[in-house]
Ligand binder design. Structure first.
Ligand code: AMP
Length: 294
């Protein structure tokens, strides 16, 4: 039975045994469900936080139109066996105007950082508050937001939060498009173009697994498949620091951002080194339409 909680104190007090936290902004899709399932498998108490965090939106219009539906989210949380859905009102999150910001330098310098000023400080600040206020043993994040994952991992190291951060693969629609709550705003005629993003990344992953490790070659492959796309960037970066790198010589990810219609999409494939081999994590594809559309 999933219960909604509104304060840090009651959420913390209800935790029994190991607590697994999944931080979210709601409007759940299968990417969120997969994180909840991973948390369920690892923890006695699963807490999902749902807070559309104004601090991390640099674009007011994006914040205002972010999709919200608590009844729908509660239903999905129930299906995944979530114990507590923590939905703090703004006064619980920010009882006073917040004067403190957590800034993770360098990791936020490239990719999304310069294009969304203040975004990662907003993310890092709210994640630090969740860790401090809820004291989870584990916290689950999607690899879809690879730079965010790097920011969170570094924040935990730098500030000694006693939490284990777990990154999970990207869930994709059946055609390959990475799931995002914002996909509901794609028009049907935007989809063919949106599809080229993941197709380009998969082509690059094939190249990398065949021994082509140069960033320039992988980036060219993405740009070739997506010729005509409005790319903001296509970059190979280190998983640890999110700094651009020239070749896959460490755990890394090939990331892109592009505008499709009125929606800004991000996607990536991660490159892990397994027994000396480069393996591309292309994520997991749904076999049926996402429940985002039902
Ligand atoms: P959000 O609600 O968009 O802030 O996302 C909450 C968590 O879900 C973050 O850790 C995201 O990285 C993760 N997430 C979002 N989309 C996906 C996806 N398609 N696959 C896996 N995880 C995702």
């Amino acid at each position: 039975m999933t219960e909604i909680t509104r304060t840090f104190a009651e959420t913390r007090q209800r935790g029994r045994g190991r607590v697994g936290l999944v931080p979210t902004m709601g409007f759940f899709h299968e990417g969120h469900s997969a994180l909840m399932a991973a948390a369920r498998a690892a923890s006695e108490t699963v807490v999902v936080s749902l807070f559309v965090n104004p601090l991390q939106f640099n674009d007011r219009a994006d914040l205002e139109r972010y999709p919200r539906d608590l009844d729908r989210d509660l239903e999905i949380a129930r299906e995944q066996g979530v114990d507590l859905l923590f939905v703090p009102p703004a006064e619980e999150m920010y009882p006073l105007e917040p004067l403190t910001r957590v800034e993770v330098a360098r990791v936020a310098d490239h990719l999304e950082g310069p294009r969304r000023p203040g975004h990662f400080a907003g993310v890092a600040t709210v994640v630090a508050k969740l860790f401090a206020g809820l004291q989870p043993d584990f916290a689950f994040f999607g690899r879809k937001d690879a730079q965010q994952l790097a920011v969170v991992r570094r924040l935990v190291l730098d500030l000694s939060f006693p939490v284990t951060v777990i990154g999970r693969p990207t869930l994709r629609e059946a055609d390959g498009l990475a799931l995002s709550s914002r996909n509901v705003y794609l028009r049907p005629d935007d989809r063919p173009q949106a599809l080229l993003l993941s197709m380009g990344l998969f082509a690059a992953a094939d190249l990398a697994e065949a021994g082509h490790f140069e960033a320039s070659e992988l980036i060219a492959a993405v740009r070739r498949v997506g010729s005509g796309e409005d790319f903001e960037y296509v970059t190979l970066a280190s998983q640890d620091t999110a700094q651009p790198i020239d070749r896959i010589d460490r755990p890394s990810f090939l990331a892109l951002a592009a505008r499709i219609g009125s929606v800004r999409l991000i996607d990536n494939v991660a490159f892990d080194l397994v027994a000396g081999n480069v393996i591309g994590d292309r994520g997991i594809r749904l076999s049926a339409p996402s429940r985002l559309y039902s």
